[in-house]
Structure formats: C-alpha cells, structure tokens
Write a protein that binds this ligand. Sequence first.
Ligand code: TYM
Length: 334
Amino acid sequence: MRVLSGIQPTGNLHLGNYLGAIRNWVRMQDEMDSQSQCFFFLADMHSITVHEGREQRIRNVRDMAAALVAAGIDPDRSVLFNQARVPAHAELCWLLNGTARIGWLNRMTQFKDKVGKDREGASIGLFVYPVLQAADILVYNATHVPVGEDQKQHLELARDIATKFNTDFGVELFTLPDPIIPKESARIMSLRDGTAKMSKSDPSDMSRINLTDDDDAIMQKVKKAKTDPEPLPDNAEGLAGRPEANNLLGIYATLSGMSVDAVCAEFAGKGFGAFKPALGELLVETLRPIRSRFMELRTDDAALDAILEKGAAKASAAAEPTLRAAYDAMGLMR
Ligand code: TYM
C-alpha cells in the first residue's frame, strides 16, 4: 500500500481540511504496516495559481508543514515534503500533458467554480492544475489517496490519464489510485452558508474555523454560525432540507465519534442555544492541543526546513524510477 496526499499551502489549515483529509492521513500513517509507505506533501507548485508575494509563500509553506506535524504527521514515519523540492512532479506533469485531453479538463467543476465567468482571464496553470495533481499521484504509483469529497473528480481524472498513457504506450507503468473519502466529514460546509463548502478562499473568516483560532474565537464563530429557528430533530432524517443544522450536527458527530442519529437523540427538541456551546467545547478541546503544538513548531524555521529537505530527498528517490520509465516509454532519450 502506498498512501499519498497533498494540501495547498495557501492560508491556514481549517476544520474542513482537518476533518475531511488530515485526520485520515494521520490514521493511515498510524495503521501502516512495514510493507506500506505514506507520502504527504505541500502543493506549493499548485499554489502558483493563487497570486502571493515571495515572503508570504515561504511563510505559508513552513506554516503548513508545522500544522501537519502538529496534527499528527510524523516526519520519521511518513515522507513529508514540499512539491517544489521534488522536480519529478513538474516533469511528469509535462509528459502527461501529451496524454490529458482538453475535453477532460473542461469538465473539471473546480476549475469552473474558481474561474466563474472570467474564463479568458484565468491562468493556464489553473486549467492544467489537475494534470499536475495526476502527476503527483502517479509518479509514486500511489494506491490510496485520502482526500475530501471535492477532490473526487480530480482522482477520476488521474485514473483516466493513467489508463490512456498505459494503453497509448503499451506499458503497465501507472497504478490506478483509489480515493479514500471519509463517510461522515467528506464535505464540511461554511458556517455562514450550509450549501457552500468551508474553504480558505471564502472572504469571510467567520465562515471557517482555523487551526490558528483561539478558544474565544472558536466559541464566537460557533455562536454566530447560521442556523434555522426549528428545534433539533430526534433522528438524522429530520435534518433533510436543513443544510446548516446538518453541517453542525455532522461536525459534532465526527468529533465525538457518535453517529448523527445518536447526536440528534441527545439534543432532540432542544434549540441551537443549547447545542452550540456543546459543539464549541468539543471543537476547543480537539483543536487546542494541535494549536499549541503548531505555535511552538512554527517558531523554528530551520527545523521545519530540515524536515522538508529530508522528506524531499526520500520522495525524489521514490519518484525517480517511475519518471525514468515514463520518459523511456515515450522514446524520450536522456
Ligand atoms: P486543498 O488544499 O484544497 O485541501 C486539502 C484537503 O482538504 C480537503 N478539504 C475538505 N474536506 C472536507 N470539507 C471541506 N470543506 C474541505 N476543504 C478541503 C480536500 O478535499 C483535500 O483533501 N488539489 C488539492 C491538493 C493536491 C492533492 C494532490 C491532493 C495537490 N495534489 C494529489 C491529493 C493528491 C487541494 O487543493 O486540496
């Protein structure tokens, strides 16, 4: 088993990233046997699709590395690195650009959501983004890719690219990766709008809970979270058509390890005035230890850089044979 996943180092780690993906990364790392390997990386090459100044980008990469270690990624057991330090990703991306079809990329919903109406003004990088993501995965022959629901389509594209490359060049080079998507928390929604995903790019900071938020900020954000006036139902079916309630009860269920039905049973007939402080407490208890480790780790840039450099050396060694075989399959002499 080869586990691989990535996160863009733009802005802070938020609750959606943590519950949708990072918790699963840590679980898979902790359950890994001696035959398996985990690769986790900061997708800084993807982050060029968002404009950022040099200093900010450098800070963001180190902060996201600190956040992942604080959340439980152990750089001695998992290979932790940033993409820019492993050129094999960008090289394989270019090779796969010969295989990926414009029609496939045109169907990517994330691209459509991100560009909105200004398609002509979007960068080429944003359009080709999913091909680099396919390269990230295929260059390690990853078998399992733990992600949130929003990455499912990109994973399907990676499988399509792998299949076409293998067929076109008559090789069995690339392994088809399987997405690992959590059942309960695959899509954490905004606290301001239960129909929009919680995201780093939402202009309202009240829409998300960040790893850097202190206890008071967390309690405030939960208190101000949008809800409806109805009391809580006695089972999960009663949440239909109530996106905000569904989201908040889902977060409670995930954090407490209870089923959504059990959470409903506990709060049945009560209003959000009773439920929100309980949810706030649960969030504070979960995030406080991660935040305090994060604050400590982010003060030592040299230690973070050393982790990423060491990880990149291991990642490059793992990626090299596949990259070489891809050049060879295509008849590109080096
Ligand atoms: P990114 O940085 O947007 O998000 C990192 C991970 O967090 C998950 N996630 C969520 N899960 C549940 N609810 C949410 N509201 C939520 N928001 C984010 C994402 O699904 C993701 O798993 N393209 C990727 C990064 C990437 C990658 C890869 C991932 C680059 N190459 C190769 C896997 C394999 C991205 O932008 O994730």
